[in-house]
Design a protein around this ligand. Structure first.
Ligand code: G3I
Length: 305
């Protein structure tokens, strides 16, 4: 294949990116997005604060702009994210207990119902585990409603959109020898054993020099897949430049391609200048829309499989 999406499709995988509605008037940006990618994630527009700015008052316009463009151009959509401790609307941030639980489940139900039939996979719950060595859940208003809030969210999402794949998504769960990775793995194993509806695990994969691509990445991916879920790389970016960056990108793709149930890879933005950490030049296209060494390494790796 001569594009990322075509090369990935030849291995049975998708290739995605995050899209920002605010950049959709930029022709260069949209041309690259349309040519190279076939899985689209809204970078911010489908988060809780964007979808339900006031309680009971939903704002679908920006999410629809991205979803409609994707579907009209033959692409699939990753929904991001139904429930998260961050990016909550102000009214939700101040809630707690059973009223928060009800509001969260209502949000999951309403958003998943609105987009029913249009979403390939939902990030049902995002970033619910703590950093560091505790292996504990992250403290948050949602967590304080009870440890079962995550499974409650998954059950509500399944009821609202039975066709969508339901994923748990997190960062720093790339190293197998890391407490957070093991804790997420244990949760997914528990969900599978008790019949809680979960179909996939998203590894965000935000890397930099302090958090490099692990040498055992394929082990982590395989261990999640062995639980009976699909695995996706959902928000890939790697700070750096030149050959070193390119080889790290290649390694991530090699790891995914070595596991049959690693079904797709998405980068977290189009050009370096579109990135949430633009100074780290972490993406596949430079600020002028040019293909970087990392792009060529990724395309070559995808074509080798
Ligand atoms: O659009 C407003 C603008 O009107 C306002 O003037 C400006 C002032 O702060 O803010 C703008 O909104 C910002 C938005 O990005 C769009 O640029 C928000 O402040 C800013 O918080 C938001 O950051 C996003 C971040 O998630 C929020 O949590 C990043 O774009 C987005 O890339 C990032 O994505 C997350 C994933 O959702 C979850 N995993 C980690 C990943 C990277 O942090």
């Amino acid at each position: 294949g001569s594009t990322l999406q075509d090369a990935a499709a030849e291995t049975g995988r998708y290739y995605g990116t995050a899209i920002a509605a605010s950049r959709m008037n930029d022709q260069q940006y949209m041309n690259i997005a349309n040519t190279e990618f076939n899985m689209i994630t809204a970078e911010n527009e489908m988060k809780m604060d964007a979808m339900q700015p006031q309680r009971g008052n939903f704002n679908w316009a920006s999410g629809d702009r991205i979803v409609d463009w994707a579907l009209q151009n033959g692409k699939q959509v990753r929904g991001h994210a139904l429930a998260w401790h961050s990016q909550q609307p102000g009214w939700m941030q101040s809630m707690e207990g059973s009223s928060l639980r009800t509001a969260m489940l209502d949000h999951v139900t309403q958003v998943a119902t609105y987009y029913r039939g249009k979403i390939h996979s939902w990030d049902v719950v995002n970033e619910a585990f703590a950093d560091g060595s505790s292996g504990a859940r992250r403290d948050s208003n949602l967590q304080r409603t009870g440890n079962d809030w995550i499974e409650a969210a998954f059950r509500a999402a399944r009821a609202a959109d039975p066709q969508a794949k339901l994923c748990y998504n997190d960062y720093n769960i790339d190293n197998w020898n890391h407490a957070k990775t093991r804790a997420v793995h244990a949760m997914v194993a528990d969900f599978k054993s008790r019949g809680v509806p979960i179909d996939c695990v998203g590894l965000q994969a935000h890397f930099n020099s302090g958090n490099p691509v692990p040498s055992d990445y394929h082990v982590t991916i395989q261990n999640f897949a062995d639980l009976g879920v699909d695995v996706q790389i959902t928000e890939l970016d790697i700070e750096g430049s030149g050959t070193s960056q390119a080889e790290q990108f290649r390694g991530v793709h090699q790891a995914c391609m070595s596991v049959a149930r690693c079904t797709g890879i998405s980068v977290w933005g189009v050009r370096d200048t579109d990135s949430w950490r633009a100074q780290g030049t972490p993406l596949l296209f430079d600020g002028n829309g040019g293909k970087k060494a990392a792009y060529h390494a990724v395309l070559e790796q995808l074509n080798s499989g």
